[in-house]
Design a protein around this ligand. Structure first.
Ligand code: ADP
Length: 449
């Protein structure tokens, strides 16, 4: 097992990884920008190294600085967390070339899944259903128009290198496809330095259902069930739950086993997530994330498995040591992502936290790096806390969730806590009756009122 892990990240996810390491008796090294000198991940780690000024490109994305920090501190492995370097194949390669273990899949798998066109093609050839659309990247508008005619409008133009909902545009007819094609390419070029786009049928009322998978380096793969991440704004997840209120046991078992089998066939190692859209009883693969997900805690709550510990174990070469039939699913969990944003305008709200009280009690978990007096810097992602609530049934989970949201105090800055309070009181949400467009409709309705 590793003796010292460098955590190449910040905020709540850096803390999450530190906690797993600490429980495993592994020393931790934090890296930080000058803006994060007082951050909780720096305070809790055994050692810390400043790797640059506030902008992420000069610090958390600065490969030479991260590798030097690992060398100076004698770390034997690097955990990339989520975001930042976590899906950069070149980083994984360089980490290994410099003699450290990368806590994640091989560079080859990251690269394959990072190109969504290649990813779709690969999993389709292994037996997974995919969203109807173009077979490869579109090299001209005419080709895009021809495909759209085949599959029927509306269509979605998506960036091959996409992520975070960027480079994605809906078109409802050939005229709007012209515009969507140009806009998606421009956005993709700016965001990813790669303007390849592809086309998919735009599904009207699907749910986003994703399967958590894990594989060791010895060919064993399991799944940990699904997460329903349909509550989204601008294609970004806002709240996630496990299990999904929309699946029956047969559907759950079928898609879980398919995802695990595909993971094994890919020769994949590490944790990963296969994302699907689910409509009218059918699943359609959209992408695979080759890293830990922000919403992994809901899976941990219903399986009792520490996914970060498992991730570290398999990166160190340990076999899983259990099979699918050993895994049990129990109860219900919901995660609310709390962002430092205005709950209605969604304008970023960095600044000093004037008062802080995290909820507690049975079944309540808060993953956050906040503390009283902490200054939320303006340079990074606005996620400041995740509140994860567990109940033996969905109903109990909802009762606890409402109570815990009422207890949560984050003063001095605007947060999305009021948005969560509002949406968990909605009848559709209480009934589990929502799709990926539900939240946008709810928000649009309140604007026009
Ligand atoms: P990203 O990598 O940018 O997050 P994804 O492919 O994972 O992009 O899609 C993000 C979200 O966009 C999905 O969860 C879903 O809400 C929406 N979406 C993606 N593909 C489609 C589609 N074909 N039809 C309708 N919505 C889609």
């Amino acid at each position: 097992m590793f003796e010292k892990v460098l955590i190449a990240n910040r905020g709540e996810i850096a803390l999450r990884i530190h906690r797993a390491c600490r429980e495993m008796g592994i020393q931790t090294v934090a890296v930080h920008s000058t803006a994060d000198a007082d951050a909780m991940h720096v305070r809790l780690a055994d050692e810390s190294v400043c790797i640059g000024p506030p902008p992420a490109r000069d610090s958390y994305l600065n490969i030479p600085a991260i590798l030097s920090a690992a060398a100076i501190t004698g770390a034997d492995a690097i955990h990339p967390g989520v975001g930042f370097m976590s899906e950069k194949a070149q980083f994984a390669e360089m980490v290994e070339e410099h003699g450290f273990a990368f806590i994640g899949p091989t560079a080859e798998h990251i690269r394959m899944m990072g190109d969504k066109v290649v990813a779709k093609h690969t999993v389709q050839s292994l037996g997974l259903p995919v969203v109807p659309g173009s077979d490869g990247p579109m090299d001209s508008l005419d080709a895009a128009i021809a495909i759209a005619r085949d599959i029927g409008y509306p269509v979605l133009v998506k960036a091959a290198a996409g992520g975070g909902g960027r480079g994605m545009k809906v078109a409802r007819n050939p005229e709007s496809l012209r515009e969507a094609y140009q806009m998606a390419r421009g956005e993709a070029r700016a965001a990813f330095g790669n303007d390849q786009v592809y086309i998919e049928k735009f599904l009207q009322r699907p749910r986003h259902i994703e399967i958590q998978v894990l594989a060791d380096a010895h060919g064993n793969a399991v799944h940990f069930g699904e997460r329903d991440c349909s509550v989204q704004r601008r294609h970004q997840k806002v709240l996630e739950e496990a299990p999904s209120p929309a699946l029956n046991d047969g559907q759950r078992h079928k898609i879980g086993m398919l995802a695990a089998e595909t993971t094994a066939k890919l020769g994949y190692r590490g944790v990963g997530t296969m994302e699907f859209l689910f409509e009218d009883g059918n699943f359609y693969f959209i992408e695979m994330n080759t890293r830990l997900q922000v919403e992994h805690p809901v899976t941990e709550m219903i399986t009792g498995i520490d996914l970060v510990r498992e991730q570290i174990r398999v990166a160190a070469g340990a076999p899983l040591g259990y099979q699918q039939s050993d895994l049990q699913f129990d109860g219900h969990a919901i995660e609310c992502r709390v962002n430092a944003e205005h709950p209605e305008s969604f304008a970023p709200s960095p600044g000093r936290v004037q008062s802080y009280h995290a909820p507690g009690g049975l079944g309540v978990r808060v993953d956050s790096a906040l503390y009283d007096g902490y200054i939320v810097p303006p340079h990074y992602d606005s996620l400041i806390a995740k509140m994860i609530v567990y109940g033996s049934s969905r109903n109990e989970c909802l009762m606890r969730l409402r109570r815990a949201l009422d207890e949560f105090v984050i003063g001095g800055i605007e947060t999305t806590l009021p948005l969560h309070q509002r949406l968990v009181a909605e009848v559709d949400f209480i009934n589990g009756d929502y799709d990926i467009h539900w939240l946008e409709h709810l928000l649009a309705g309140s604007e026009s009122r």
